[in-house]
Design a protein around this ligand. Structure first.
Ligand code: S3P
Length: 173
């Protein structure tokens, strides 16, 4: 069944540190919608932070949990604003459900801008741990291919969170 576009969930994708949660929250507030952060949902459901889930159960188990929750949320809800973890969109089934049922908004951060944010996010992101800058750059490059499948794109290098959220709302109209 086709969902009318004004009812569709809005899904934020993009690399770690792009501001998916912060901008998602602002957009939800501006549109008077509920906000769902997938990582936070997983943490609440399993009673531990994401890095601990990685440590205890491994990345593949985390990816499984992440996929199940996204498929369920995207299939059974509407009118939400949802932010995904940066790696979720690498899974084909996730991309498929998001592209078919939601409005996918890519928060596009350049490598240079990301590099400046790296020191602030590295400690809490297990996929960045024990990696050289060259390896992180390679991860960034590879993921760009998946992120290129979206409906809306916002270049956020020169924008603050509030301006980014305003631009999303404008593009949605
Ligand atoms: C991940 C990104 C994180 C979180 C987990 C894995 C990734 O979310 O889901 O640490 O593989 O990019 P953010 O994009 O919110 O940092």
């Amino acid at each position: 069944i086709q969902i009318p576009s004004w009812k569709k969930n809005i899904v934020f994708i993009g690399f770690m540190g792009a501001g998916k949660t912060t901008i998602g929250q602002l957009v939800a507030k501006k549109l008077h919608r509920d906000f769902i952060d997938i990582d936070l949902e997983i943490e609440n459901k399993y009673g531990m932070p994401v890095p601990e889930i990685f440590r205890k159960f491994g990345e593949s188990r985390f990816r499984q949990l992440e996929k199940e929750l996204i498929l369920d949320t995207c299939t059974n809800t509407c009118l939400k604003v949802i932010s995904l973890g940066g790696g979720a969109y690498l899974q084909e089934e996730v991309r498929e459900v998001c592209l078919n049922r939601c409005i996918v908004c890519f928060l596009d951060l350049s490598w240079e801008a990301f590099k400046n944010r790296l020191p602030f996010i590295v400690d809490t992101r297990p996929v960045l741990q024990n990696k050289s800058l060259a390896e992180i750059k390679e991860l960034f490059r590879k993921r760009s291919a998946a992120y290129s499948m979206h409906h809306l794109r916002i270049g956020i290098d020169d924008l603050d969170f509030e301006k980014s959220a305003d631009q999303v709302v404008e593009l949605l109209h």
